[in-house]
Design a protein around this ligand. Structure first.
Ligand SMILES: *Cc1c(COP(=O)(O)O)cnc(C)c1O
Length: 315
């Protein structure tokens, strides 16, 4: 790929972190589960899209530690920009007035991560598609249900994105012993981006997140995570929403929906290097890397941080 792209390309293989088929969530879980155990958790409750890589890895971590894992899921959660329009592309919204979204039904069937979630024994509660806000409410209802049954219940936000999750990624930068012009990765719930931004701060390395979620507001959620991380790392930078280098040009049709560019990037890297990406996150990020190399916006020595997600290829 380096020869094809005319850059010195390196890949950080977080698809090989090991836990339950790998991915970036393994790093976060090292800290999140410690906090859950310290809190005496008997059940951990979260939520996400049906093909969530976080829920899969969380389910494994919980099971290994003797903690029940429960998750509220939707095939395709979406954002509502205001009461009448959805921030999702026109070819997937069939009838906004009825609040219905059409999507590839295969995503919600027993494929990909859902197969693994069942093997792991996760208590999955599937809800009809709706907004992220609705999904958060379902997760809260689920947590209350477990509390009512007398179990000590621990809540983990979507994607494991809390200050502790971001801390895990701050720490991961110590594994990077070469210097790079840019680090490029898929960005969604923000703790990967926030941790890497702290870790590479003052290194001169550009920290470029490729958004996999279409709404520009996510940067303000990221800034909240930065505040939380700064409380743990007082010497870290003050990051406001504008300080995040977040490129929205490669989301494609919407969150959780594969793009043509992403799919062809998956084929290209697989055929050139025998490395598989995923259609929701890392494939789109690698499509961005290819495109930005062509325009000269990325050059020199570039680190692609492979965040995992490969089980989704089977969905
Ligand atoms: C969750 C996830 C991301 C995004 O990480 P965040 O910390 O949520 O921004 C990227 N790639 C894959 C494969 C993921 O599962």
């Amino acid at each position: 790929m380096s020869n094809e792209l005319g850059i010195d390309l390196w890949i950080k293989r977080d698809d090989l972190t090991g836990l339950a088929m790998g991915g970036n969530k393994g790093r976060k879980l090292e800290y999140l589960m410690a906090a859950a155990i310290a809190d005496g958790a008997q059940v951990v409750v979260t939520c996400g899209a049906a093909q969530s890589n976080f829920i899969r890895q969380l389910g494994a971590a919980c099971s290994m530690l003797g903690v029940k894992c429960a998750a509220a899921i939707m095939t395709l959660p979406y954002e509502v920009a205001n009461s009448t329009s959805l921030v999702i592309s026109s070819n997937v919204v069939s009838d906004v007035s009825r609040g219905r979204v059409q999507h590839n039904p295969a995503l919600g069937e027993d494929r990909g991560n859902l197969i693994l979630d069942k093997i792991l024994g996760i208590d999955l509660r599937t809800h009809p598609d709706g907004t992220w806000e609705e999904l958060y409410e379902y997760a809260e209802d689920l947590a209350k249900e477990y509390e009512a049954s007398g179990l000590k219940t621990y809540r983990i936000p979507v994607g494991g994105s809390s200050a502790l999750g971001a801390y895990a990624f701050y720490e991961s930068v110590s594994e990077v012993t070469e210097s790079f012009d840019s680090v490029v990765f898929a960005s969604s719930s923000g703790s990967t981006h926030t941790g890497l931004a702290f870790g590479f701060h003052e290194s001169g390395t550009q920290v470029l997140g490729i958004a996999c979620d279409p709404e520009p507001d996510i940067a303000s959620d990221f800034a909240e995570l930065a505040k939380g991380l700064k409380a743990i790392l007082p010497d870290g930078p003050d990051l406001s929403a504008n300080d995040y280098d977040l490129n929205f040009d490669f989301v494609g049709p919407g969150y959780g929906i594969p793009s043509e560019e992403g799919n062809s990037a998956i084929e290209r890297l697989a055929r050139a290097e025998g490395i598989f990406l995923d259609p929701i996150y890392s494939g789109k990020a690698f499509a961005a890397l290819i495109a930005l190399t062509k325009t000269g916006e990325l050059k020199g020595r570039v680190l692609f941080w492979h965040t995992g997600g490969t089980p989704t290829l089977f969905a």
